[in-house]
Every structure is written in structure tokens, then in C-alpha cells.
Design a protein around this ligand. Structure first.
Ligand code: PLP
Length: 372
């Protein structure tokens, strides 16, 4: 062995990351290619098949003229637009590169070695990743038949619990718990524990505020939201948070001043103001979701009533879910395996456009018929 190599290995071993980092299994996104298949239908990342509306597209295109300018660092125009549309206090909104960044800020600001971060059994992967990245200990709490269990969360709280993450509606289950249950959770948490309500899918629920009113009433609740789902802007990376003044002040201290580009800011502002596009997307999603769920149920593939832009299709066993996934892939249809979310017998299927919904429904029907 050449001497240089030994030295390099020794040097590499001497350079160590912070505790917890090597426990992170990197996030795996939805796939977008199938080996040997040209045209695929991607239903693996809960993207809005329509993308953003015309107003947002035009706002994005105009930014080509200002690429040499630094963007706003206080995001005042975007925060004002969000506040106006949702009836919130603009001073208590923070914007980030996706809600993932807001989740990371929360962990960076509030937890470290020795602290516990609660997420639920089938909870979104980024909670665990961000907790570990901050050196804290993720604590997984059971759900009750794919629904968040408030009593189980309260029972799991200890003197070290600093953050509790709950997505409502949740991913990848698609289920939701009532506002009164969320309020009971916020009320029952120990002092010094912050509840984070992840509202990534809140826009899909007609009339739902994502927990904003609870945020207004309490000092221990924060809500995160995103432009990646209903607004069709996953590729651009824009999210936001709404919280008590003391929390937003803390998060703004660690936020980079230019964490959002001008393209992100103006496109999101146009998108949130375009209520017609948002409404059309919500209505179309609900229509196709009901159709797809019923079609699958008619061939023995049930799903919990979903409040989101996907359904969690349940099969008889892990091997049947894997076989169906392979059957779909061979036909160029990519859905999401969710074994990593402790749902090995399920496939998460995003609601695509009408043609995509028909394609995936027909394929699942044929898969089931072939196994009869
Ligand atoms: C998609 C999703 C997000 C949003 O992530 P962004 O970083 O805003 O794209 C957050 N939480 C959950 C549960 C999600 O499914």
C-alpha cells in the first residue's frame, strides 16, 4: 500500500462531523426515471400536475432582468401578500427555501445534544434528519391505525422534549386530526416544548387555516407552510412559517439574509395572490382523488380518506405492494414505496392530471385481475 494512502486515511479519520450527523440516512426523493422506459408518469413526489398559474410564471420570467441585484433580505412584499391572503400578522411570518429550511431553523435554534424531538410513527423524514443534524435525539411515537395519536405524544413527552412535529394533514398517510385534538396537544405539552404544525397540505383542505388561529392564541405553537404542493412550485423552493413573535425573532437571527432569491420571492407572491388558480387546483385534486380512491377500492385496494394530493393505497402484504410497484414501473408509472415510513404494504400515489389518474388506475386494476 502506498504510504500516501495510509496518511490520507488517518487524516480522514481525524476529521470528524458533529455527533448525530453520521446517524442520518440521507433523504431519498421520489424517482423520476425508469431504466429502459422513455416516457414516464411521475406520481412519486406529490407535485401539482398543473404547476403554477400564469401570473406566477410571468413573475418568474420577469426576474431575468434583475439577476444582478441582490434580493430583498426582509421578504416584506411576500410576507405582506401571505398575511393579506391568509389574514395573518406579517411581522410573525418567516420565509425559507422550502418549509424544509424553516424546519431546519427550528431544530438549529431550539435543540442540541441531550434534547428530544418527537415525530410520529409515519411522520415526514425531514423531522428526524433535522433533529439529528442539530445533535438532538429523535423520538418516534406510535400512531393509531395511520392517524396521529395525541395521547401517545403527550405520554412520550419528557423533561427533555423541546420540539414536537405533527403534519396535519399528514404525509404519507393523508390523514388528518381535528382542530380540537391539536389544541388539546398544544395545551398538554410541558412548558418549554414547542409544537410545530406542518401544514404542507393545508391548502388542499377547503376552509382549513393550518392551525394559524391556534398560533395566534398561544406562545408554544408554530406552523410551517409551503409553495411546493398546491402552488406547484416544488422546483423553486419556497416555504414559510408563522409563529409567536418570540419564535420568529429567534429564527430570523439564524436565517441567512439572502436565503431566498428574487425569483423565489416574486413568483411566490404572484402565486399566493392567484386565488383562482389555487381554487381550481384544489377542486380538481379533490375530484380526481375521489375517483382514483374509489376505482382502487373497487378492486380490493383500499385507502384511508385522504385530505391531501395523494392516496396511500394499501395492499394485502408487503410482497403484493412490491409486485404492484414493479408492475407499474414496467409500464412507466412511478409511485412511492413507503417501507421507510413503516408502511411496507402500501404505495403512495400522487394525484396527477386526469390522464395520469386513468393510467395508474387501469394498471392497478389489471395488476389485481392478473392475480385473481
Ligand atoms: C412536501 C412536504 C413538505 C414541503 O417541503 P418543502 O421543503 O416546502 O418543499 C413539508 N412537510 C411535508 C410533510 C411534506 O410532505
Amino acid at each position: 500500500m502506498p504510504m500516501g494512502q495510509t496518511t490520507d486515511e488517518t487524516a480522514a479519520r481525524a476529521v470528524r462531523p458533529q455527533p448525530g450527523i453520521m446517524e442520518i440516512s440521507p433523504y431519498v426523493g421520489g424517482e423520476s426515471h425508469v431504466e429502459g422506459v422513455g416516457e414516464v408518469i411521475k406520481l412519486s413526489s406529490n407535485e401539482n400536475p398543473s404547476g403554477p398559474g400564469d401570473a406566477a410564471r410571468e413573475a418568474f420570467a420577469r426576474t431575468v432582468h434583475v439577476l444582478h441585484r441582490y434580493p430583498s433580505s426582509d421578504h416584506a412584499a411576500l410576507r405582506a401578500a401571505i398575511a393579506q391572503v391568509h389574514g395573518l400578522d406579517a411581522d410573525r411570518i418567516i420565509c425559507g427555501a422550502g418549509s424544509d429550511e424553516v424546519i431546519a431553523f427550528l431544530c438549529q435554534a431550539y435543540v442540541g445534544p441531550g434534547d428530544e424531538v418527537i415525530h410520529t410513527e409515519h411522520g415526514f423524514a425531514m423531522y428526524r434528519i433535522s433533529a439529528l443534524a442539530a445533535g438532538a435525539t429523535p423520538v418516534e411515537v406510535p400512531e393509531r391505525r395511520r392517524v396521529v395519536d395525541v395521547d401517545a405524544i403527550l405520554a412520550a413527552c419528557t423533561g427533555r422534549t423541546r420540539l414536537v412535529f405533527v403534519a396535519n394533514p399528514a404525509n404519507p398517510t393523508g390523514t388528518m386530526i381535528a382542530g380540537a385534538e391539536i389544541a388539546r396537544l398544544a395545551e398538554g405539552l410541558p412548558a418549554g416544548t414547542l409544537l410545530v404544525l406542518d401544514g404542507a397540505y393545508a391548502e388542499y383542505v377547503e376552509g382549513f387555516d393550518g392551525g394559524a388561529q391556534l398560533v395566534d392564541r398561544r406562545e408554544n405553537v408554530v406552523m410551517t407552510r409551503t409553495f411546493s404542493k398546491l402552488y406547484g412550485l416544488g422546483g423553486l423552493r419556497i416555504g414559510w412559517g408563522y409563529g409567536p413573535a418570540h419564535v420568529i425573532d429567534v429564527l430570523n437571527r439564524i436565517r441567512g439574509p439572502f436565503n431566498l432569491s428574487q425569483a423565489q420571492l416574486v413568483t411566490a407572491e404572484a402565486a399566493v395572490r392567484d386565488r383562482d388558480h389555487a381554487r381550481r387546483c384544489r377542486v380538481e385534486n379533490a375530484r380526481l382523488r375521489a375517483w382514483l380512491a374509489a376505482k382502487l377500492a373497487s378492486v380490493g385496494v383500499p385507502s384511508d380518506p385522504s385530505q391531501t394530493n395523494f392516496i396511500l393505497a394499501r395492499f394485502a402484504s408487503r410482497s403484493e405492494a412490491e409486485a404492484c410497484d414493479a408492475f407499474l414501473r414496467a409500464r412507466g408509472i412511478i409511485v412511492r414505496r413507503v417501507a421507510g415510513y413503516k408502511l411496507p404494504d402500501c404505495l403512495r400515489i400522487s394525484i396527477g392530471d386526469e390522464a395520469a389518474c386513468r393510467r395508474v388506475a387501469d394498471a392497478v386494476v389489471r395488476f389485481r385481475e392478473a392475480r385473481r
